[in-house]
Design a protein around this ligand. Structure first.
Ligand code: UD1
Length: 372
């Protein structure tokens, strides 16, 4: 029996790597890894395969960027050919990017069993492309694998049958826990002239934040305030890099004391930075979860989150996008009034194994009886 995994964009790689590894180690299922090419820069894709110890994709579709419709449709057309040739018994998709939706639609239309990893997350914000992807994928998946109980509750509320839902935990945390020691041995901090807890990390790429000029300017001014108190490293996503250039903001940012813009970083280097930061300033989804496990204060500069458990039990604060408010919350943390949290259940590094086991059960793959 064969599982086919789909990856496309940066946040997919750290979710698929642990599942792929667990299936390989257990040895009961065949698997094919398909990369759609939604992200294609070395720094947005290749480096993650190396850093996560993941084999190169078996199939690369080379789709690239485009409008949401173009991107999704092109992935669908190519995937139909791949599924016809590979004949998977189960297609496994992760997260909420356009490649996730494309893979889901093709699998379902071809009558192939579909599992969605990271099911049930909801921001409630239908203007977010990822929220549309999440809703549609969950509605038609056969197996919904959730990271936390709040996700189960969302799915049940939407009328999804309980037998389709399994709370397996957060698979991305498998990658984090297995890479942490290696990341801490890197010289990243030293090379950048930072000391542990002596700097902040910023990432911004959400369309709602960077495509809107007023919002982006506000966020960058709040960031300038943080940078006036401690150094900030800001690895810039290609989408954000482009907006900064279009708006002519580069020279101002270069002149902002304490602020250092760098290219996107690999998984290990970035983990070295986040795990020793004083503060993380972000609009990422995954980073809200990673900081919760690392116990690092996180300011999420969005109006909502699909990961409320990071606020309820973790170190995350959702602070919106108004600069004055963000600055106030950043100051509270830097003045020593930071929120403490704990690690949610089943964010324990064993989710990949639980998923592999579930796929085996679903496909009726059983271990051969042991010889005496
Ligand atoms: C996508 C996901 C988003 C995820 C993000 C992580 C969707 C709807 N969005 O957004 O959920 O958080 O990835 O990075 O799927 N570009 C490059 N090199 C690349 C990839 C993109 O230069 O390797 C540039 C292109 O100009 C492109 C822009 O970045 O137009 C945006 O890329 P795209 O994949 O459309 O969406 P993201 O903003 O990355």
């Amino acid at each position: 029996k064969k599982v086919l995994h789909i990856v496309g964009a940066r946040p997919n790689f750290m979710k698929v790597a642990p599942i792929h590894r667990a299936i390989r180690e257990r040895g009961l299922l065949a698997q094919t890894l398909v990369h759609t090419g939604q992200h294609y820069d070395v720094k947005m894709s290749d480096v993650f395969f190396t850093d996560l110890g993941m084999p190169a994709p078996d199939v690369h579709l080379g789709i690239g960027s485009g409008s949401h419709t173009e991107q999704t449709a092109r992935v669908m057309l190519e995937l139909e050919k791949v599924f016809t040739q590979e004949k998977p018994d189960l297609v496994s998709v992760v997260g909420d990017v356009n490649s996730t939706l494309a893979g889901t639609l093709v699998a379902v239309k071809m009558g192939i069993k579909l599992a969605h990893v990271e099911a049930g997350l909801r921001s409630g914000d239908l203007t977010m492309p990822e929220e549309i992807n999440r809703l549609l994928v969950d509605r038609i998946s056969d197996l919904l694998l959730t990271p936390s109980a709040d996700a189960d509750a969302n799915l049940l509320r939407e009328g999804i049958a309980p037998e389709r839902i399994r709370m397996v935990g957060n698979v991305m945390i498998d990658s984090l826990l297995s890479a942490r020691d290696q990341a801490l041995r890197l010289s990243t901090l030293k090379d950048m002239g930072f000391t542990p807890r002596g700097y902040a990390v910023c990432t911004l790429h959400r369309a709602s934040n960077v495509d809107d000029e007023g919002t982006l300017r506000g966020l960058l001014s709040a960031l300038g305030h943080v940078a006036s108190r401690l150094p900030v490293v800001f690895p810039v996503h290609p989408r954000t890099r482009k907006r900064i250039a279009d708006l002519g903001l580069g020279p101002t940012l270069d002149r902002t004391p304490g602020l250092r813009l760098v290219d996107p970083l690999g998984y290990l280097e970035f983990l070295a930075l986040t795990s020793q930061a004083r503060l993380v300033f972000t609009d990422s989804g995954g980073l809200q979860e990673e900081t919760t496990v690392l116990g690092i204060p996180c300011l999420t500069v969005r109006e909502n989150t699909e990961r409320p458990i990071t606020v309820d039990v973790g170190t995350n604060l959702v602070v919106g996008t108004h600069p004055a408010h963000i600055q106030r919350e950043a100051d509270r943390i830097l003045d020593g009034h930071e929120k403490k949290g704990r690690v949610p259940d089943r964010w324990d590094g064993r989710t990949g194994e639980r998923i592999a086991q579930l796929y085996e059960e679903t496909l009726g793959a059983v271990a051969p009886p042991r010889r005496a």
